[in-house]
Design a binder for this molecule. Structure first.
Ligand code: ADP
Length: 461
């Protein structure tokens, strides 16, 4: 930078003087020669020389001033890049136009740079806020940069991912071919995760975009398991039916006692298949409606009393007792009567099947505040005095076909879908299911169902 005070004369002054010398030197020489040889009278030569020198000096002064103006302009642009400078006033013919064009060029370049910077900032903000982890890797697979999602998804633990042989191979392929490469990667540490990694080469480095597919894979597996389990559950009674039909046609064709026995077993197996198909259909129907909670208001006591009355013959058959305690002023709630009937029938049915033979089953309800349950709404509990459920099984009870004791479930006609149906009905009602069991003392299933939307707890203390 020029020292303050000189104002650019250090460059413009010598340049102007040099121009003056260049312009004045040739005419001076010519006029001196003409005067010396007598071709021109000395007075005329001196007058012509003076005129030429005056023109050269004026021209040099104008040039020096224009250079000074341009130097100042460049300096201003450098000192305050965001302030548009005033157009310089240039005197030399053509210089004014040149100066204006130079200024326009600079302003156009500034604008383009500002736009470029804005769009780069936008792109950076976008990748920074991408919901999926994004990492920039060098050719060796080292992290150069990563976005917020990558930090929260992996923290400092990217090593397991970056050292994964499939990822290293994909990086090498992406860099070699210059094309994006996608790979499925399963990590076991620090937690089991199924990831989809896409490597996008951009010249030297490559971007790694990671999508977590753990939930989708678990759902796919659940669906595949469900189909396999359903087929297996149906195949067993079907194989038994086919076997008995063959026996009845062949070896037992004339044995009336065997026929009577076999037909009894066949009827049981057919009943089992029917219950299974009914439960499968119910489950799929409930799942379809699960996204839209019921709106119709329903008073629970009459429904529960009807269910209890319908269960009475089964209760008698088990020599059990059913104690019903329902407050008559239970507030109505938005509910699907058919689905709730199925839910409470399944819970009472289980209490009978797995409860203590000759024991008591209690069906109770309430609307009071309970710290185990969300505020408001109503709760219904089914308690039995059976052997209870070991703690480790409780979290998995509502999985389809999950049974604590397979043999016992089958022997009492269980399909393994009863509690899965309960879970989905509760979830459609946006409610809660609480399972409390003490081995040797019994089990309590509590279903909490919310009141109408927007209603706050009016029953709490
Ligand atoms: P299932 O048709 O086999 O009864 P569920 O889904 O209704 O299927 O129940 C799943 C498993 O939970 C049952 O097989 C049983 O082992 C256990 N279970 C359910 N209710 C009770 C209960 N009241 N007491 C003890 N165990 C129970």
């Amino acid at each position: 930078m020029a020292p303050p005070g000189k104002g650019g004369w250090d460059r413009a002054g010598p340049a102007g003087f040099a121009l003056f010398l260049a312009l004045a030197a040739a005419p001076s020489l010519v006029f001196a020669l003409l005067a010396f040889t007598g071709a021109l009278r000395p007075a005329w030569a001196a007058a012509a020389w003076a005129a030429c020198t005056l023109v050269a000096a004026s021209f040099a002064v104008l040039l020096a001033r224009d250079m000074l103006a341009m130097t100042r302009l460049v300096r201003e642009l450098r000192a305050a890049p965001d302030t548009p400078p005033a157009a310089p006033r240039l005197r030399l013919p053509g210089m004014g136009e040149l100066g204006t064009e130079a200024l326009r060029l600079i302003q156009a370049e500034r604008l383009a740079r500002r736009r470029g910077m804005a769009s780069a900032a936008e792109a950076r903000a976008l990748v920074e806020r991408l919901p999926d982890p994004l990492l920039k890797l060098d050719g060796e697979g080292r992290v150069i940069w990563r976005n917020g999602s990558a930090i929260s998804a992996f923290g400092g633990e990217t090593a397991a991912l970056l050292r994964h042989p499939a990822l290293r191979a994909a990086l090498a392929q992406a860099l070699r071919e210059g094309q994006p490469v996608r790979r499925e990667i399963s990590l076991t540490v620090p937690v089991a995760r199924d990831l989809e990694a896409t490597l996008i080469p951009v010249g030297g480095p490559a971007y790694l975009l990671v999508s977590d597919r753990t939930r989708e894979r678990a759902l796919e597996k659940m669906r595949a398991d469900f189909i396999a389990n359903s087929s297996h559950e149906l195949r067993t009674p079907l194989a038994s039916l086919i076997g008995f039909i063959e026996t009845l046609r062949g070896p037992a064709a004339d044995d009336r006692e065997a026929q009577r026995q076999f037909l009894q077993i066949m009827a049981e197996q057919a009943g089992r298949m029917q219950r299974l198909i009914d439960d499968l259909l119910s489950l799929s129907k409930i799942e379809i409606s699960e996204h839209s909670p019921p709106r119709e208001m329903l008073a629970l006591p009459p429904l529960l009393e009807r269910i209890a009355a319908a269960m009475e013959p089964m209760v008698k058959a088990h020599k059990a007792r059913l104690a019903v305690a329902l407050p008559p002023d239970l507030p109505p709630i938005p509910a699907d009567a058919d689905q709730l009937a199925q839910l409470f029938t399944n819970l009472l049915d289980n209490a009978l099947k797995y409860g203590r033979p000759g024991g008591e089953i209690r069906l109770s309800a309430g609307a009071g505040a309970d710290e185990r349950l969300p505020p408001g709404g109503v709760w219904v509990a089914v308690a039995d005095e059976g052997p209870g459920i070991p703690r480790e099984h409780i979290p998995r009870l509502t999985e389809r076909f999950y049974r604590v004791d397979k043999g016992r479930s089958r022997s009492v006609g269980g399909t393994g879908l009863g509690l899965a149906i309960v879970k989905h009905v509760v979830s459609r009602h946006r409610g809660r299911l609480l399972i409390e069991s003490e081995p040797g003392r019994g089990t309590v299933f509590t279903v909490w169902l919310p009141g109408p939307p927007g209603q706050t707890d009016k029953t709490g203390p």
